[in-house]
Design a protein around this ligand. Structure first.
Ligand code: LLP
Length: 416
């Protein structure tokens, strides 16, 4: 699971010393391992006989999208911005799927003008609106239907997406309404169905339930005469966030997959984000100050909820490793960011070798939903991003300076 190697007790990523990167760029900074991403992609691709559409939302850096595309992945995008990112990174539009629950007519028109593979619709109204926009543009548009299969992904509540009461997809009880809407939408061709029941799925029974429900639904569409060419089984493949945990066994998912979809007349696909990038990234931060409050030893770092919001938002765990292990005295620390909010805690009660101000800490498994969810809260800068590839490293994102982002505000004349 680990992208970090040790030589003489010093951490390296693909032959590059993390300390060398931190000496070249200010912390906090994200480091990604290209090799780790390649390995994860190949592992997934080899395990499943299915197309992979990378869920760009997990890490939408141009370099990462380009890498995925070079590996052979398509892109799963959920906004015009992500669609633009995929196109600008050179993804073939015929390998782009446009998802998302709140597409405006303008978004739809943009997707249509780029001739992408398909638009996955999430409501009956959207079928009607795509038809209208397609007609205005005198085009036929391929669509998929994202179904809500009413499955509990058994993940944390805030990232559940596949239950009936979640806002996503169209309820599978509404198939008659879908058929009716499709009947009336002459500029729309239904070519696929999809689902996504949540993120961080570990239970093989959940995958099996998804597969069975999607197969049943695909058959209902086929029986009705729709030429279903793609069945998209979503993302959500779980990753480990603790080095001591066992990885999800893809072979077990494959067994269910093969058992369920034997000799089906359509192509299967997945749209994973986290699985491909989470374990391929770390957030490097410096200890800014050390203090004891009420008996708690705080290491205050320059990374915080503005650089990585997952711990504050979802109480998500990320292993934290120290670079300086020289002190044999062990201390129980809480690691907290510099943001003026009590929720800005990266981890509590972890035992680490005694630390000094200026030391580097590594917040692990932050390649997915890390930088993409970072913000300028407290008017702090976003982290630099670095890609490491076989002894080389290169900056792949230069954030705006505070001067630059402050200048994006406009003071009206009447306040001048
Ligand atoms: N497809 C759809 C339609 C999705 O909504 C998502 C994620 C994915 C694919 C990719 O799921 P993955 O393979 O990455 O699990 N910010 C949260 C995760 C939110 C996931 C949203 N949808 C986190 O930091 O855990």
């Amino acid at each position: 699971n680990n992208m970090i190697d040790y030589k003489n007790n010093k951490p390296f990523v693909e032959g590059v010393a993390i300390e060398d990167i931190a000496a070249s760029y200010p912390t906090p900074l994200y480091i990604y391992s290209q090799k780790k991403i390649e390995d994860k992609y190949k592992k997934l691709k080899n395990a499943f006989n299915a197309e992979i559409f990378y869920a760009v939302k997990a890490n939408s850096n141009q370099a990462i999208i380009k890498l995925m595309s070079r590996l052979g992945a398509g892109a799963d995008v959920v906004s015009v911005g992500e669609l633009e990112r995929a196109i600008m990174a050179g993804v073939n539009p015929k390998k782009i799927i446009f998802e998302g629950i709140g597409k405006t007519n303008k978004d739809i028109a943009f997707a249509i003008s780029n001739n992408i593979r398909l638009i996955n619709v999430e409501s009956i109204d959207e079928i009607q609106r795509i038809n209208k926009v397609a007609k205005e543009n005198n085009k036929n548009v391929d669509i998929g239907i994202r179904l809500n299969p009413n499955i509990d992904g058994q993940t944390i509540d805030k990232i559940s997406t596949g239950k009936k009461t979640d806002k996503f997809g169209i309820d599978t009880d509404k198939l008659q309404e879908i058929f009716q809407a499709l009947e009336n939408a002459k500029y729309v061709n239904l070519i696929g169905i999809s689902c996504h029941v949540g993120s961080q799925i570990f239970n093989i029974k959940v995958f099996s339930e998804i597969f069975i429900k999607m197969k049943t639904n695909a058959q209902l569409f086929l029986d009705k005469g729709y030429l279903i060419k793609h069945v998209d089984l979503g993302g959500g493949i779980g990753v480990t966030y603790r080095d001591k945990d066992d990885e999800l066994d893809l072979e077990l998912i494959k067994l269910e997959l093969d058992k369920c979809f034997e000799n089906v007349p359509y192509q299967l696909s997945f749209e994973p984000g986290r699985y491909l990038v989470a374990n391929a990234g770390i957030l490097v931060t410096s200890v800014v100050t050390i203090k004891n409050n009420g008996g708690i030893n705080f290491l205050i770092t320059d990374a915080g909820m503005h650089s990585l919001i997952r711990p504050a938002l979802y109480q998500a765990h990320h292993d934290i490793e120290v670079v300086d292990k020289s002190n044999s005295e062990l201390i129980t620390y809480s690691v907290a960011g510099p943001i003026c909010e009590s929720s800005d805690i990266l981890d509590k009660n972890i035992t680490l070798p005694k630390q000094k101000v200026g030391n580097l800490l590594l917040i692990k498994d932050t390649g997915a939903y890390g930088k993409v969810m970072a913000s300028n809260y407290n008017s702090r800068g976003l982290p630099v991003e670095i890609l490491v590839n076989n002894n080389f490293f290169q900056k792949i994102h230069q954030p705006l300076t505070s001067q630059e982002f402050i200048k994006q505000d406009i003071i009206p004349e009447w306040l001048d």
